[in-house]
Design a protein around this ligand. Structure first.
Ligand code: ADP
Length: 527
């Protein structure tokens, strides 16, 4: 119980503190109001006002028949910056809240008349503040305060404005709705998989896309089993890579419906998502039907395949004729004739490499690329390919930091084309006179090859795209350098089919180092 302190009246002791609102309440000319001066206020009114002023929780009080208003500093921001505050202090409720009076007056009356206290959660009560009608959400409770036992005094409102939370929730709901619409309009199937238990949940549309019944559950293994077997390992590997290394999942593959054997091409995008503790527990994504687009692409690839195939035969004959002529003329004394022949030979070889890449591209896209593995020394292959390149170019120095004989079990021709591609790019994208260095050796139980140049280098933002099909860096430096942007794509596909990795480190203007690695042959030395 508060005691009157020396030099202070009782009501002054009750009304002390309370920040801005405490000051305004003390300064208010209550004597001219219906409540009269604070000395005349009932003990309960003084106590309630004192509780309001001390509370850090937003509180508001309507007192007396006229519902005269009090509120605290915590409530004050809900009044906005212009309009209501500070007029609302000491004002009659009906004058302060005309816009919501029809909603709240019945609640006030019901509580004053002895009804139960109210509880409303996230209720929309638009109020006029900041010079406009604003949609404001509140969670609040109205409870009766007695003036003296048995006599209603007023209604205490303890409330909290929840506009920010409700708006955030609405935004999430809207975003979800938009996402649902996009998924529906793309006719996409969706899935979510627990990364730990591998529990897999598929939408009805995803089951349809895989040619499965929508009634039965679908597991990740069911999905993999529907994939054309030529692509199954690639998709399974990509999935394991996503789960192990948190990489984005983005892959195209054909699925074969169980019932009628219909082939459908799908493109799947997925990602790992963290749970509330930041652990990447969910792998989720969507799949869309790209059959039409894929058929167009396959027709184009077939065309490229046929043309390259047709070009290959005359080119092979041409190479042979030039080689015969070169042999015949090796003792010729006319340097002009032998020089021209050498140039013709190098151009025909260039063209053969190009035609071979197109042929490989079309084989790859139609799933017809074959990897014929054999055991061979990678160091010997690198030497051969360097010698080949040096025959066709001038003005570059290529050093090979030879290593111990390294035996791999791989497709010699295709790994050779990867080495040639990296070497010819190092030459193509470096000015004459620059040095190229090739290294190979054992790294983390893999055989690693590095081709390092001192050329133009690659900008950071191009790096992630270099191994994509048809990707070429567009800049004034590369403007006059011809190419199709398929060499690195093919190289990456070839290396991936050997369970290896290909990557690049580069600094624009300084040079690039392209790396690839391959598993060491487990059968080394057996035959
Ligand atoms: P192409 O050389 O036929 O365009 P690639 O697939 O071999 O195709 O290379 C893709 C792109 O990567 C090239 O267009 C080039 O911009 C960039 N690139 C490849 N190798 C290098 C290199 N050693 N230095 C700088 N840029 C390179």
């Amino acid at each position: 119980m508060l005691k009157n302190q020396p030099g202070r009246t009782l009501h002054e002791a009750y009304l002390k503190g309370g920040g801005e609102m405490g000051q305004l309440i003390r300064d208010y000319n209550w004597a001219d109001s219906v409540l009269g001066s604070p000395e005349t206020w009932s003990h309960n009114l003084l106590t309630t006002v004192s509780i309001i002023l001390r509370s850090k929780f937003p509180m508001f009080l309507w007192w007396g028949t006229e519902l005269i208003q009090f509120y605290n500093d915590a409530y004050r921001p809900s009044m906005g910056n212009e309009g209501k505050h500070p007029k609302a202090l000491g004002q009659e409720g009906v004058a302060c809240w005309p816009e919501i009076w029809p909603v709240i007056k019945p609640l006030i009356d019901q509580v004053m008349a002895g009804g139960e206290s109210t509880w409303s959660e996230n209720q929309l009560i638009p109020i006029y503040r900041n010079n406009r009608l604003e949609d404001v959400y509140w969670t609040f409770s109205y409870s009766k305060v007695e003036d003296e036992p048995g006599k209603p005094g007023g209604v205490l409102v303890i409330c909290s404005e929840t506009t920010a939370q409700v708006n955030a929730m609405n935004q999430i709901a809207k975003a979800e709705e938009m996402l649902r619409c996009s998924i529906a309009s793309a006719n996409a199937g969706t899935w979510v998989m627990d990364t730990k238990t591998r529990e897999f949940k598929a939408s009805g549309r995803l089951k349809e896309l895989y040619g499965l019944t929508t009634e039965a559950p679908m597991s990740a293994d069911d999905a993999i089993a529907c994939i054309d077997e030529r692509y199954r390992e690639k998709v399974a590997l990509a999935l394991e890579k996503t789960l192990a290394e948190n990489l984005d999942f983005n892959i195209e593959y054909p699925v074969i419906a169980k019932d009628d054997q219909t082939v459908r091409w799908l493109r799947s995008f997925g990602k790992l998502y963290p749970d509330a503790h930041g652990v990447f527990r969910h792998f989720s994504g969507l799949a869309i039907d790209i059959t039409e687009q894929k058929h167009d692409e396959l027709r184009k690839n077939d065309f490229i395949g046929i043309v390259s195939h047709e070009l290959k035969t005359p080119l092979t004959s041409l190479t042979a004729y030039i080689q015969v002529l070169k042999n015949k003329m090796k003792d010729d004394q006319d340097p002009m004739k032998t020089g021209v022949l050498d140039k013709a030979f190098s151009q025909v070889k260039k063209m053969s490499t190009m035609v071979n890449s197109f042929l490989n591209l079309s084989r790859l896209e139609t799933g017809k690329i074959h990897i014929d593995k054999e055991q061979f020394g990678l160091d010997t292959l690198i030497k051969e390919r360097i010698e080949d390149i040096l025959l066709a170019i001038s003005g570059y120095e290529i050093t090979f930091l030879t290593c111990d004989p390294l035996i791999v079990f791989a497709d010699r021709e295709k790994i050779g084309s990867v080495i040639t591609n990296l070497l010819s790019n190092a030459v193509k994208y470096s000015p004459k006179g620059k040095h190229i260095e090739v290294q190979c050796g054992l790294q983390n139980e893999m055989i690693q090859v590095a081709v390092k140049d001192q050329g133009m280098g690659i900008k950071q933002h191009d790096l992630p795209h270099l191994f994509e099909r048809f990707y070429r860096v567009e800049s004034k430096n590369t403007h006059n350098i011809s190419g199709f942007g398929i060499g690195l794509y093919l190289s990456a596909e070839i290396i991936e089919r050997h369970q290896g990795k290909i990557w690049v480190e580069s600094k624009s203007g300084t040079g690039s180092t392209f790396y690839f690695n391959l598993p060491v042959s487990l059968n080394s030395g057996m035959n």
